[in-house]
Write a protein that binds this ligand. Structure first.
Ligand code: NAG
Ligand code: NAG
Ligand code: NAG
Ligand code: NAG
Ligand code: NAG
Length: 457
């Protein structure tokens, strides 16, 4: 726990809660679309199935796999020991054909880049000030955008942070086309699973879709439970959903109100995401919380309390998650993404009063590297092709894009003038204003949907 704990010991910064929203289409390189079109999506599905048929035995159907040991659920079955998860080294060897090292068969239909079959790197690029194209929507147009992230409504005086476009090197320039995005997402179910930073991204995508719709009245937000929220666009039979699960593994409240973090189980409710077309996972920040902010009282494995370092607990949790995906997700039906750690800007890189992105790339490391390497290693060990949405670096540059003092307090009300004058206590340098940076994460997500399911780079 030590290295994790040390780096998150922030001077009085109050850690945080949640949020939402985005969208676009049409980075053109010559005539090659950077953003996917529905036709290309169909190509993707077919080509992916052919590829999987060539390279791997078909996965067990989800309903069969759900009964397997990877989905431990005390309510339904006895806990299985997690020895079956194997060690990471061995799994990496097993996965050579489908892992990161493999070169997926070329799929010309959706390739862009240098015109010779190589895809441009969506994640290597720079921020371009482009007020003609960004923001992709106005906060006022999107009624369900949460107060926590509507920075201008909360009094933020500058608007420049909304106007930056991410320009991947060699990918042509971007043009947002809402209608194409709607077609791309027709009959699709997208689910975000994770913490409040994934809620930030969910709000963004829901807003992007909502503001692109010809008839916005044909939508609804469903609060299935306090942990499960759905945005539906009925005319497109499309849903964008958010499951709150900040550790991915299960946090259980005992009868005596103590909280156990169960390193070998995922929340029961996660069964509901099986069968979605796209699932975007994340975890990270909650593992770094210490003291009063730490959400669990003890760690559990096989139903008994265990003591271990934070790094090891994190690794075990990610292994449980990876195994769950491998046993429950049918890769011919579902695209799996893991969004990388979203950077905070605290201490030496404090977001307060910042109004322009960092351009000289002098970024002071801010997050335990071990968390990032643990995530990458576990994704690589999976049998299911998962795309690592590596947005950490491009987000690190956006020191200007956090709510800072233009956010809400614990009561959900915008900060008062007095509170705004106490940024050390109140500034939120974890979440992101909307419209804003998560819109770009979604632009990259939508573009990645047209690519092979491996690490995007
Ligand atoms: C609506 O979308 C779901 C996937 O989210 C799909 O299974 C279903 O067939 C679609 N319904 C129609 C009428 O196309
Ligand atoms: C609460 O209950 C759990 C088991 O249900 C037990 O392990 C733990 O020690 C209890 N904690 C307290 C403070 O009673
Ligand atoms: C933040 O900006 C305001 C307005 O420009 C200024 O008055 C204040 O001194 C700045 N605070 C810090 C800590 O830079
Ligand atoms: C980098 O830029 C920041 C402002 O964006 C500035 O404060 C810092 O001094 C710069 N560092 C170098 C090495 O130029
Ligand atoms: C993610 O991006 C960072 C910075 O751009 C890079 O150093 C790292 O290798 C990338 N990770 C993977 C797994 O591609």
């Amino acid at each position: 726990m030590d290295s994790i704990a040390a780096s998150s010991a922030q001077r009085g910064a109050l850690c945080s809660l949640l949020c939402l929203c985005l969208f676009s289409a049409g980075l053109l390189l010559g005539s090659r679309p950077f953003f996917p079109t529905p036709r290309l999506w169909e190509h993707f599905s077919r080509a992916q199935q052919q590829r999987l048929a060539r390279t791997a035995p078909p996965p067990a159907p989800p309903h069969v796999a759900a009964a397997a040991a990877a989905y431990h659920d005390h309510d339904v079955e006895a806990p299985a020991p997690d020895v079956g998860y194997g060690d990471i080294g061995r799994e990496e060897e097993d996965d050579e054909e489908m892992g990161l090292g493999s070169a997926p068969a070329p799929a010309p239909a959706w390739e862009d880049g240098d015109g010779e079959g190589r895809e441009c790197d969506l994640l290597d690029g720079s921020w371009v000030h482009d007020p003609a194209s960004y923001p992709l929507y106005q906060a006022a147009e999107c009624p369900f955008l949460s107060d926590q992230v509507t920075c201008r409504r909360n009094g933020r005086p500058d608007a420049g942070y909304e106007q930056w476009r991410w320009q991947p090197r060699g990918c042509g320039s971007a043009r947002f086309r809402g209608a194409e995005v709607l077609e791309q997402l027709r009959n699709r179910r997208l689910v975000f699973v994770g913490d409040s930073l994934n809620r930030n991204m969910w709000e963004s995508l829901a807003c992007i879709i909502y503001t692109a719709l010809p008839d916005r009245s044909r939508t609804r937000i469903e609060d299935v439970s306090s942990e499960y929220r759905i945005f539906r666009a009925m005319d497109y039979n499309c849903s964008v959903e958010f499951f709150w699960s900040p550790f991915l593994v299960k946090l259980e409240t005992k009868q005596n109100q103590t909280k156990a973090l169960k390193l070998d189980q995922l929340p029961t409710m996660l069964k509901q995401v099986v069968g979605a077309d796209v699932i975007i996972f994340n975890t990270g920040h909650w593992w770094t919380h210490t003291g009063k902010l730490r959400a669990w009282d003890h760690l559990e494995r096989n139903g008994v309390i265990v003591e271990m370092e934070g790094e090891e607990a994190f690794n075990r949790a990610l292994r449980t998650w990876a195994r769950w995906v491998d046993h429950n997700i049918d890769p011919t039906r579902t695209r799996v993404f893991f969004r990388s750690i979203s950077p905070e800007h605290k201490s030496a890189n404090w977001c307060y009063n910042q109004t322009t992105p960092i351009t000289n790339e002098t970024i002071i490391p801010w997050f335990p590297k071990i968390l990032i390497s643990t995530i990458q290693r576990n994704i690589q060990s999976m049998k299911t092709p998962a795309t690592y949405l590596n947005i950490t670096h491009l987000s690190e540059l956006r020191i200007d894009a956090h709510p800072s003092v233009y956010t809400t307090n614990r009561d959900g009300k915008p900060l008062s003038t007095q509170q705004r004058q106490q940024p050390i206590t109140y500034a939120d340098c974890s979440h992101w204003c909307l419209p804003g940076l998560p819109d770009t994460w979604n632009v990259i997500l939508l573009a990645s949907l047209m690519r092979h399911p491996s690490i995007v780079h």
